[in-house]
Ligand binder design. Structure first.
Ligand code: PHE
Length: 356
């Protein structure tokens, strides 16, 4: 058997933690050599025991201390080795955490804001609970206009005796008036937001979204309107073959007025795809702002003129992203939102593709 000093030396030079542990078991374990020496004390005569016991106990303490010291040294070395060899790449993307998606309506509004920002349009807003004057009167909508009827429009109870009932705005056009009042002319704005009509089927919900466009300056004409709509629809649908058709129409607040159709073709499944001109669908209302509207907003119609348009955001979303039931937009069904929603950090940009 190794001498005590050899034993201590072997402990001090143990190569690694498993070797040290094997050594510990061989001396201090149940069958260990020191354990055996301790056991042998019982069978010694008192004199021998008195002489041997302190030596054995001293040896055990020395060995225990040496093992603890070597263990600490080996562990520290192991940690140093890990620190030196293992690296953490902080530039790696973190695993994706589950989170919500951007609703297609919000996505399309962001896309439109991006497209129109590039054309120099600011974003304007107005209240959803609107005064009749802004929603109808200032927009040259006469008393007998069907939109004013109770069955088409949501009216609110007056707050005080004699107050004219306010309405849930039926379109975003009242923002034209508010924007001209607040910002004057020249002006170039879009106004996205919620609008309300008493209507409900697969393509109509009582609340839906519109986006209004308004340009007022000194020499704005119909050609500017046509170019703007063409540029916007091509950027939005991300196709160069988007064809427009302007049909004469009537809105009280524009003169002349035009309804705008986009051409579509059908894919193999018969689904309408914007682009080409196999068929036409109406996408927006537009026209040159009526002089009475410009005057109602406090501007001189002899000095200022321009165009306006309004279109349904939900409609545009359905056409671009292929949903067919408008009601599903507002059911809040998580499965629908997951399927049609957009990733939160995919901000639309013109250079990156607005719908990417
Ligand atoms: N406000 C009209 C509508 O809701 C759309 C429109 C806006 C038409 C601006 C002409 C000019 O149908």
């Amino acid at each position: 058997m190794a001498s005590d000093s050899e034993l201590i030396e072997r402990i001090r030079t143990a190569d690694d933690l498993p070797a040290l542990e094997a050594l510990r078991v061989s001396v201090l374990g149940k069958q260990g050599s020191i354990t055996a020496q301790l056991k042998s004390l019982g069978s010694m005569d008192p004199e021998t025991r008195a002489a041997e016991a302190p030596k054995i106990h001293a040896l055990r303490e020395a060995v225990t201390a040496a093992i603890a010291e070597r263990k600490a040294a080996l562990e520290a070395a192991e940690l140093d080795r890990k620190l030196a060899t293992e690296t953490l790449d902080l530039s790696l993307p973190a695993p994706e955490a589950p989170r919500g998606t951007v609703h297609p309506v919000s996505q399309v509004m962001d896309e439109l804001a991006e497209i129109f920002a590039d054309l120099g349009f600011a974003v304007a807003e107005g209240p959803e609970i609107e005064e009749q004057w802004y929603n109808f009167t200032a927009l040259n909508m006469p008393e007998f206009h069907p939109a004013r009827a109770m069955q088409d429009t949501f009216y609110l109870e007056p707050r005080a005796e004699g107050e004219e009932p306010r309405v849930l705005r039926t379109h975003t056009s009242p923002v034209q008036i508010r924007a001209m009042q607040e910002r004057g002319a020249p002006i170039r704005i879009i106004a996205p937001g919620r609008v309300y009509r008493s209507d409900s089927d697969a393509t109509h919900t009582p609340m839906f979204h519109q986006i209004e466009g308004l340009v007022i300056d000194r020499a704005i004409h119909l050609g500017h309107l046509k170019w703007t709509l063409e540029t916007f629809l091509r950027a939005f649908f991300e196709r160069d073959d988007v064809v427009l058709r302007m049909r004469p129409s009537y809105f009280p607040f524009t003169e002349p007025s035009a309804e705008v159709d986009v051409g579509y073709t059908r894919d193999a499944k018969g689904k309408r795809i914007v682009g080409g001109s196999e068929g036409w669908m109406e996408v927006l209302g537009s026209g040159m702002v009526h002089p009475k509207v410009i005057a109602a907003a406090g501007l001189d119609p002899d000095e200022w003129q321009g165009f306006a348009f309004g279109t349904g955001v939900d409609r545009l979303a359905m056409l671009k992203y292929g949903m067919d039931d408008l009601r599903a937009f507002f059911d809040g069904d998580i499965r629908w939102l997951k399927h049609y929603g957009f990733r939160a950090l995919d901000v639309p940009t013109l250079s990156g593709g607005v719908g990417a």
